[in-house]
Design a protein around this ligand. Structure first.
Ligand SMILES: [Zn+2]
Length: 482
């Protein structure tokens, strides 16, 4: 069981309640917290002087004298630190978070020489296989140029190296990696990508957009052992930052199995709610939602995709994009969506549907409403979600509250979309985009998430590099209400 550090200036009550419960059959005495602001998340009484916890239940929140009445209890004086309900990341990819922590981290390197130094250290510590790294950005480097294959060859020449720029839109490969991908002076640029070439016509090592995939596709896929290590690292990382729960999106059955193994070993420090990929969803359609013996791995539902993403103009819009022809695309055919939804309703399976464009969101709301047309109240009880809910036609905003559909949103997307959303959407459509306040005021239930590590511009790097305290990354209920 994890330890709690008072000097962190904050406590996650969800973890603490589990902590107070102790392990095994012996019942621990009640626990009282006091001595710092205790945030309850209840609008009627947002702060309490003291909290009494019995087993895994919060018994009382209020005056210290009253908390102390009754049987003797252990006490923790917060010493001015704040306590608040445990943070839950509503939308994360834990396997990806762990994987990102396992690769060579190049965030913050300030020169080509510094990049080479990190590569040298990583290669020394990881002596086998291709090397994949990410996170560099050259704009402030004294060398005033992109890194080249020869820069990497000088450090690692005998195995492939691919180092991705922080935005994921470019990468540098060493000569061994270019050979692995069979990239020569004669290789044409792939669709959606560019192979940078020197004066002699040969590849410099810089691969733009899809050109990097030529190399990446030749790198070995992660093994089960690596996935296990990644998930272990991710749940430890999350617990260290004070998270008490995570909604894990697009989980495959192997990941679910690994999480169950971690939980069975008593090493899963947070609750995980799993939403399976469509490909692996048969298990939950057949069994209905299920949990493991520890209760910490709960297979709740299925993650579906209505449309694509805004940056690549795949999000389905009601009217064409403002900066290009076309209005996006539907990823799953509507009749297939309907089939999934009907089966989900029959088995009490929770749906989490990716929808980014205003057409994608409308179609998702329409489909949910249609499947529950005979019993609209049952839709709210099913707690179906729309993931991202990013661009919504203003007339559709009140439908979330009216239908009881949860808007699962990730604040980090507004930051990373800042530079292209106005061009893609135009000023009028922006009114219904990233509309947390409008949705909250309409009475909709919001779930906040990080989308780590997909959202890699800022949030994932921050999670991985421990720059900011957890509380800046997650939005708990009091902040949403306020
Ligand atoms: Zn995601």
């Amino acid at each position: 069981m994890r330890r709690f550090h008072l000097n962190r200036r904050h406590f996650a009550i969800g973890s603490l309640a589990a902590f107070a419960g102790g392990c095994g059959g012996r019942r621990a005495p009640d626990l009282i917290l006091h001595g710092g602001p205790i945030y309850t998340g209840r609008p009627a009484a947002p702060q309490a002087e003291a909290l009494r916890i019995s087993g895994d239940r919060i018994l009382f929140a209020g005056a210290l004298a009253e908390a102390r009445s009754g049987q003797r209890a252990r006490e923790i004086d917060l010493g001015g630190a704040a306590a608040f309900p445990g943070l839950i990341d509503g939308h994360v990819h834990l396997g990806g978070v762990g994987m990102a922590a396992m690769v060579l981290d190049l965030v913050g390197v300030e020169s080509i020489a510094a990049l080479q130094a990190r590569l040298r250290a990583y290669a020394g510590a990881n002596r086998e296989g291709p090397i994949y790294g990410r996170g560099w950005i050259e704009t402030h480097w004294p060398e005033r140029r992109f890194p080249l294959a020869s820069d990497l060859d000088a450090i690692v020449g005998d195995r492939p190296v691919l180092l991705e720029r922080i935005d994921g839109h470019a990468a540098v490969a060493n000569t061994r990696a270019l050979q692995l991908a069979e990239i020569t002076a004669n290789t044409p640029d792939p669709a959606g990508g560019r192979i940078e070439r020197g004066v002699d016509g040969g590849a410099t090592g810089m691969l733009i957009d899809h050109a990097a995939n030529l190399v990446h596709a030749r790198f070995p896929a992660p093994t089960t052992a690596m996935r296990r290590e990644a998930l272990r690292a991710a749940v430890r990382l999350y617990a260290e930052r004070g998270w008490t729960g995570a909604g894990n999106m697009s989980t495959n059955l192997e990941e679910a199995q690994i999480l169950e193994e971690i939980a069975a070993a008593g090493e899963l420090p947070l609750h995980t709610d799993l939403y399976l990929t469509p490909e692996d969803s048969e298990a939950v359609y057949e069994r209905g939602p299920y949990a493991d013996a520890s209760g910490r791995v709960r297979v709740r539902g299925v993650k579906l995709y209505m449309d694509g993403a805004l940056g690549s103009r795949g999000a389905a819009l009601l009217a064409p994009y403002s900066d290009a022809p076309g209005a996006g695309l539907l990823v799953t055919p509507p009749e297939q969506v309907r089939d999934y939804l009907i089966r989900a309703r029959a088995r009490g399976v929770q749906i989490a549907m990716h929808a980014i464009g205003d057409r994608g969101n409308r179609l998702a709301l329409d489909a949910y409403q249609d499947v529950f047309a005979d019993d609209p109240a049952a839709l709210a009880a099913a707690r179906w979600r729309i993931e991202h809910a990013q661009v919504i036609a203003p007339e559709d905003i009140p439908r979330f509250a009216a239908l009881g559909v949860i808007a699962s949103m990730q604040p980090s997307h507004a930051i990373s979309d800042l530079h292209f959303a106005p061009a893609r959407l135009g000023p009028e459509r922006l009114a219904g985009a990233y509309a947390w306040a409008s949705l909250t005021q309409s009475g909709a239930v919001l779930a906040a998430g990080s989308d780590a590590p997909v959202e890699k511009g800022r949030s994932a790097d921050r999670i991985l590099r421990r720059r900011v305290p957890t509380r800046s990354l997650g939005l708990c209920r009091p902040r949403l209400a306020g």
